[in-house]
Design a binder for this molecule. Sequence first.
Ligand code: CTP
Ligand code: CA
Length: 222
Amino acid sequence: LEYVLTKKDFKGKKILVTAGPTQEAIDPVRFITNHSSGKMGYAIAKAGSNRGGEVVLITGPTYLQPPRRVKVVKVKSAVEMKEAVFKEFQEAEIIIKAAAVADYRPACIADQKIKKDDSNLKIEMVRNPDILAELGRQKGNRILVGFAAETQDIIKNARDKLVKKGLDMIIANDLTVEGSGFGTDTNIVQIITANGEIKKYEKMGKIKLAHIILDKIFCLLS
Ligand code: CTP
Ligand code: CA
């Protein structure tokens, strides 16, 4: 019913969304990850598809039901997510990177389960590729939207990311306040656009926020 009732302002538009955490393997049974639930990215994918968009959702491991009418590509690590994103991105007019990509991965994955031989264990970590920054370098006319998860200097840090990664818009999330960020059904955000506009929003549901983000993208399209 929601699908029938929603205006189809994104009809025919190809939207690429990433969601969820990534998992970075340590050995065959262990990994490093973060608290991302995937809810924000899934909400955007669902809203975009209800508004007539052709949505591809590239998702790290989550417990969520994939939205209907959306092409879902499941990945685990940041490197896999990057490959999947670059396979799909040529076609996309709009790219929204809600995924919480792990910044580091273990330098090597042990072939066998690591045994507790030593009294301490050091895992060497190496930097993962920054998918969004790479997209920024290759974006062309596409609209590129990122998220910024911050615990301090929210606006400054988010604006730096917008500039550095060549984004059209960034949604800054204050992780220190209750009702925002990982795992919640709500978010408290400020949206910064490339023209310098900053708008602060009250706490709201992730589906409602998804529609606000799409409204803003719609304005950038026309
Ligand atoms: N991102 C990405 N690839 C990475 C890390 C982040 O594509 N390896 C994207 C996220 O999907 C998000 C944006 O970049 O849309 C910002 O992520 P965030 O973690 O807030 O910023 P970082 O650039 O990773 O900087 P830092 O974690 O040091 O604050
Ligand atoms: Ca990061």
